[in-house]
Design a protein around this ligand. Structure first.
Ligand code: AMP
Length: 122
Protein backbone atom coordinates (compact mmCIF):
# COMPACT_ATOMS: atom_id res chain seq x y z
CA UNK A 1 0.00 0.00 0.00
CA UNK A 2 1.36 3.41 -0.91
CA UNK A 3 2.55 5.54 1.98
CA UNK A 4 0.85 8.96 2.02
CA UNK A 5 2.17 10.46 5.23
CA UNK A 6 5.77 11.62 5.44
CA UNK A 7 7.76 9.87 8.18
CA UNK A 8 9.83 12.53 9.99
CA UNK A 9 12.07 9.84 11.47
CA UNK A 10 13.36 8.38 8.21
CA UNK A 11 17.16 8.35 7.94
CA UNK A 12 17.36 11.10 5.30
CA UNK A 13 15.21 13.43 7.44
CA UNK A 14 17.74 12.83 10.24
CA UNK A 15 20.61 13.64 7.86
CA UNK A 16 18.90 16.90 6.82
CA UNK A 17 18.40 17.85 10.50
CA UNK A 18 22.06 17.06 11.20
CA UNK A 19 21.21 14.24 13.63
CA UNK A 20 22.99 11.67 11.43
CA UNK A 21 26.19 12.46 9.55
CA UNK A 22 26.79 11.94 5.85
CA UNK A 23 29.64 12.34 3.41
CA UNK A 24 28.45 15.50 1.71
CA UNK A 25 29.26 16.32 -1.89
CA UNK A 26 27.11 19.39 -2.47
CA UNK A 27 24.41 21.50 -0.87
CA UNK A 28 22.12 24.39 -1.80
CA UNK A 29 19.22 25.97 0.09
CA UNK A 30 16.83 23.32 -1.30
CA UNK A 31 18.96 20.21 -1.82
CA UNK A 32 21.64 18.01 -0.31
CA UNK A 33 23.87 15.55 -2.19
CA UNK A 34 25.88 12.89 -0.39
CA UNK A 35 27.60 9.55 -1.01
CA UNK A 36 25.54 6.38 -0.67
CA UNK A 37 26.62 4.39 2.39
CA UNK A 38 26.48 1.13 0.40
CA UNK A 39 27.75 2.07 -3.08
CA UNK A 40 26.61 -0.04 -6.00
CA UNK A 41 29.11 1.49 -8.45
CA UNK A 42 32.43 3.40 -8.23
CA UNK A 43 30.37 6.59 -8.29
CA UNK A 44 27.15 6.42 -6.27
CA UNK A 45 25.65 9.56 -4.80
CA UNK A 46 22.16 10.49 -3.64
CA UNK A 47 20.48 13.82 -4.36
CA UNK A 48 17.64 14.76 -2.01
CA UNK A 49 15.40 17.77 -1.55
CA UNK A 50 15.53 19.30 1.94
CA UNK A 51 11.74 19.51 2.04
CA UNK A 52 9.60 16.65 3.33
CA UNK A 53 8.63 14.74 0.19
CA UNK A 54 8.11 10.99 0.03
CA UNK A 55 8.80 10.37 -3.63
CA UNK A 56 8.81 11.96 -7.06
CA UNK A 57 5.04 12.08 -7.47
CA UNK A 58 4.61 13.69 -4.02
CA UNK A 59 7.37 16.17 -4.93
CA UNK A 60 5.94 16.97 -8.36
CA UNK A 61 2.56 17.85 -6.81
CA UNK A 62 3.64 19.65 -3.63
CA UNK A 63 7.06 21.23 -4.19
CA UNK A 64 7.42 24.80 -5.41
CA UNK A 65 8.76 25.50 -8.88
CA UNK A 66 11.90 26.84 -7.19
CA UNK A 67 12.43 23.59 -5.27
CA UNK A 68 11.85 21.52 -8.41
CA UNK A 69 14.30 23.60 -10.43
CA UNK A 70 16.88 23.37 -7.64
CA UNK A 71 16.50 19.58 -7.53
CA UNK A 72 17.10 19.18 -11.26
CA UNK A 73 20.06 21.57 -11.09
CA UNK A 74 21.52 19.61 -8.16
CA UNK A 75 21.36 16.38 -10.16
CA UNK A 76 23.24 17.99 -13.04
CA UNK A 77 25.78 19.47 -10.65
CA UNK A 78 26.35 16.10 -8.99
CA UNK A 79 27.03 14.48 -12.37
CA UNK A 80 29.67 17.15 -12.98
CA UNK A 81 31.21 17.16 -9.49
CA UNK A 82 31.61 13.37 -9.39
CA UNK A 83 32.98 13.22 -12.93
CA UNK A 84 30.16 10.83 -13.87
CA UNK A 85 29.18 13.06 -16.79
CA UNK A 86 32.45 12.27 -18.62
CA UNK A 87 31.52 8.74 -19.67
CA UNK A 88 27.87 8.59 -18.74
CA UNK A 89 25.80 7.51 -15.79
CA UNK A 90 22.34 6.41 -14.71
CA UNK A 91 19.86 8.27 -12.56
CA UNK A 92 17.32 6.16 -10.67
CA UNK A 93 14.52 7.10 -8.30
CA UNK A 94 12.82 4.18 -6.63
CA UNK A 95 9.17 4.69 -5.70
CA UNK A 96 7.07 2.61 -3.33
CA UNK A 97 6.91 -1.15 -2.90
CA UNK A 98 7.20 -2.19 -6.56
CA UNK A 99 9.99 0.35 -7.06
CA UNK A 100 11.87 -1.15 -4.07
CA UNK A 101 12.09 2.17 -2.24
CA UNK A 102 13.74 1.64 1.15
CA UNK A 103 13.97 5.21 2.43
CA UNK A 104 10.66 7.13 2.24
CA UNK A 105 12.22 10.49 1.38
CA UNK A 106 12.60 11.42 -2.29
CA UNK A 107 16.08 10.67 -3.58
CA UNK A 108 17.74 10.23 -6.93
CA UNK A 109 20.64 7.80 -7.21
CA UNK A 110 23.45 8.76 -9.59
CA UNK A 111 25.46 5.71 -10.59
CA UNK A 112 28.58 5.87 -12.73
CA UNK A 113 32.28 5.29 -12.98
CA UNK A 114 31.86 2.01 -14.88
CA UNK A 115 29.34 0.57 -17.38
CA UNK A 116 26.08 0.34 -15.43
CA UNK A 117 24.60 -2.40 -17.58
CA UNK A 118 21.06 -2.88 -18.84
CA UNK A 119 18.19 -1.13 -17.14
CA UNK A 120 17.09 -4.35 -15.44
CA UNK A 121 19.68 -6.86 -14.26
CA UNK A 122 18.13 -9.94 -15.80
P1 AMP B 1 16.19 3.13 -2.05
O1 AMP B 1 15.26 3.73 -1.02
O2 AMP B 1 15.97 1.65 -2.21
O3 AMP B 1 16.18 3.85 -3.36
O4 AMP B 1 17.69 3.27 -1.52
C1 AMP B 1 18.06 3.89 -0.33
C2 AMP B 1 19.54 4.09 -0.40
O5 AMP B 1 19.95 4.84 0.73
C3 AMP B 1 20.38 2.79 -0.38
O6 AMP B 1 21.20 2.76 -1.55
C4 AMP B 1 21.19 2.91 0.91
O7 AMP B 1 22.50 2.36 0.78
C5 AMP B 1 21.21 4.40 1.14
N1 AMP B 1 21.39 4.80 2.53
C6 AMP B 1 20.69 4.37 3.60
N2 AMP B 1 21.13 4.98 4.72
C7 AMP B 1 22.12 5.83 4.34
C8 AMP B 1 22.96 6.75 5.04
N3 AMP B 1 22.88 6.92 6.36
N4 AMP B 1 23.88 7.45 4.31
C9 AMP B 1 23.97 7.29 2.99
N5 AMP B 1 23.20 6.45 2.27
C10 AMP B 1 22.28 5.72 2.94
Amino acid sequence: MKQHLYDNNNIFAKIIRGEVSCKKLDECPHTLTFYDINPQAPIHVLVIPKGAYIDIDDFSIKASVEEQAAFVAAIGRAAKLTGAFEKGYRIISNVGAFGHQEVPHLHVHILGGEPIGPIRGR
